[in-house]
Design a protein. Structure first.
Length: 122
């Protein structure tokens, strides 16, 4: 499973709400489906993104790094969607973004920082 924008949006919604159930309601998906999606994302990444507590969820150290990268990617995508790209142009075809860093790195763009403490390439 490759991570897609919808996965990043799920992670952001969970982090913003502090709860899988509230995140599910915010994105219009059932709580069981959101929980399943989170488990699949974490399995794909190879580590927990959130610690589960009685009061909800909180990002792990690894999760904070993943969420920082997810927020950056989603901000870029939102800007592209609004046409806020150099020259004022708008993409006319499908746009695919790729990163040259592993998902544990806080910044997916070349030259924008070093990998985090959980990253195998540090």
């Amino acid at each position: 499973m490759d991570l897609e924008l919808r996965h990043l949006r799920v992670l952001r919604a969970i982090a913003d709400s502090g709860s899988v159930g509230r995140a599910a309601a915010a994105i219009g998906v059932s709580q069981p489906a959101t929980s399943t999606q989170l488990r699949r994302i974490e399995r794909r990444l190879g580590a927990a993104v959130f610690d589960r507590t009685a009061a909800g969820v909180v990002p792990t150290i690894f999760g904070a790094e993943v969420l920082a990268a997810a927020r950056e990617v989603l901000a870029w995508v939102d800007r592209l969607g609004r046409g806020a790209i150099p020259g004022g142009g708008r993409p006319h075809r499908e746009l695919r973004l790729a990163a040259d860093r592993p998902p544990c790195c806080p910044a997916p763009w070349p030259g924008s920082g070093t990998c985090g403490p959980n990253c195998a390439s540090s």
